[in-house]
Ligand binder design. Structure first.
Ligand code: PLP
Length: 429
């Protein structure tokens, strides 16, 4: 297993990046706060929010021919091009919808409707947006639903658990890129290759909502049929989800204004502000890339930027686990258990799933809050978490989800706070 990177961004870059975000150090009331809840919706780029506001103010309809309308059309075209570049989508269609969930339902339903009497394979750790879509579509179109089991140690789905469910009647396989609860990352290229070897006709659909802000996406290289993302999880705004659909599935019958192209998945008029916001996300990623490469090619800059984000997040994770001269790492605190990470190694996203001795997760979240650190408890009482937690044999976890713009100081503050909480609760650290 490769070693995890421990090198942080150079301080100069870190300082530059900090200026790009709203509410990095304080909440909306002006109180100091460390926002380690990025898996629930990430810190927002100022430029993405400002672009959204700017274009939302324009009354002009893009489907006219006057100057402003043409400008707005360019914004939509650039945004669409940027989505393609981010995903490396060289063919097929780009779809947009109000949420990433909605678009996932649309895609899975369209694929399921194209056949009947087959089976649909999903996994036990899928987000409900893809899992429920698979269940709904199986019932509607007479397919058997097959669910691949998780490995409780890693919180991932071993490839073999998926492969054993696939046969010649498998219509669709849905697999998550990165779990938003366990932080386990799947090597989609390897998974897709093995799935296609077993059934070359099956459609592969990937939920990349959690994975997108943390690493490179390459649908062309991975050879998959559909993949969705949500800008508000990747430094941008709420209100839209995007997806790639391969040529093979883009023209399947689906909800569409019938006068438009058969591979058009945008029902109704697009929102220029959303596309403007997405372009700002890409500008930001390219800015990180350009710190490390001279290239001016936008995809090259995106790849470099996302690779550097991934490396920075690995360094942050390493410091959480092992601490530093300034703060004791979580692994040294016997009253805290960190799940999944050890089994995943470098395939662990920057999500810490923690449980505490003699302290419920809700209590721990409350205590972190009192120390101005926002984290979140994933509990079986939530329909978003129940099935997934059961699949990994846990009842609850505290989810700690920072992003790349967090610093060594933020990590150390968390570690020191954890020790204080344990001490106050009389749990030995
Ligand atoms: C992994 C994953 N997939 C899909 C979604 C669905 O996103 P939305 O609720 O914005 O539709 C989420 C949201 O939390 C998620 O974490």
């Amino acid at each position: 297993m490769s070693e995890r990177n421990t090198e942080f961004f150079p301080q100069e870059l870190q300082d530059q990046l900090n200026d790009h975000f709203y509410f990095l150090k304080q909440d909306v009331y002006g109180n100091d706060r460390i926002f380690f809840e990025n898996a629930g919706g990430s810190l927002r780029l100022k430029a993405a929010v400002d672009a959204q506001a700017k274009y939302s103010a324009f009354p002009d309809c893009p489907e006219r021919n006057h100057d402003v309308a043409l400008d707005i059309r360019n914004v939509i075209a650039q945004g669409t091009e940027d989505i393609r570049l981010f995903l490396n989508a060289k063919d097929g269609a780009i779809a947009s919808s109000l949420t990433a969930s909605k678009i996932m339902f649309e895609i899975i339903t369209a694929v399921a409707a194209s056949k009947s009497g087959g089976n649909i394979v999903t996994t036990a750790i899928e987000h409900p947006s893809s899992f429920d879509a698979c269940q709904f579509a199986s019932e509607q179109y007479d397919h058997e639903l097959r669910v691949a089991a998780a490995d409780p140690a890693s919180g991932s789905i071993p490839l073999l658990n998926i492969l054993e469910l696939i046969d010649e009647k498998t219509v669709l396989v849905s697999v998550i890129l990165t779990s938003n609860i366990t932080g386990a990352m799947h090597d989609i290229k390897e998974y897709a290759k093995a799935i296609k070897e077993k059934n070359p006709d099956t459609v592969i659909v990937v939920d990349a909502v959690q994975g997108a802000p943390h690493g490179v996406i390459d649908v062309d290289d991975w050879k998959i049929d559909a993949l969705n993302i949500a800008p508000y999880k990747m430094f941008g705004n709420r209100g839209v989800g995007y997806a790639y659909l391969s040529d093979r599935i883009a023209s399947l019958p689906h909800h569409r204004l019938l006068a438009t192209d058969t591979d058009n998945w945008n029902v109704g008029s697009p929102t220029p502000a959303h596309f403007a916001g997405f372009t700002e996300i890409i500008q930001y990623i390219c800015h990180i890339g350009s710190y490390y490469t001279e290239s001016t090619d936008r995809r090259t800059l995106i790849v470099e930027g996302m690779k550097r984000i991934h490396l920075q997040e690995q360094a942050i994770l390493h410091r959480f686990l092992h601490g530093s001269a300034d703060a004791m790492g979580i692994k040294e605190m016997p009253a805290v258990t960190i799940h999944f990470e050890e089994a995943n190694g470098i395939n662990q996203d920057l999500i810490l799933a923690l449980t505490f001795e003699n302290m419920s997760c809700a209590e721990a979240v409350q205590k972190y809050g009192e120390h101005n650190i926002l984290v979140y408890a994933r509990e079986s009482s939530s329909h978003y978490s129940k099935r997934i937690l059961e699949a990994v044999e846990l009842k609850e976890i505290v989810r700690v989800s920072p992003i790349h713009c967090h610093s060594k100081e933020d990590v150390d503050a968390f570690l020191k706070t954890t020790q204080e909480i344990l001490l106050a609760a009389n749990v030995h650290s």
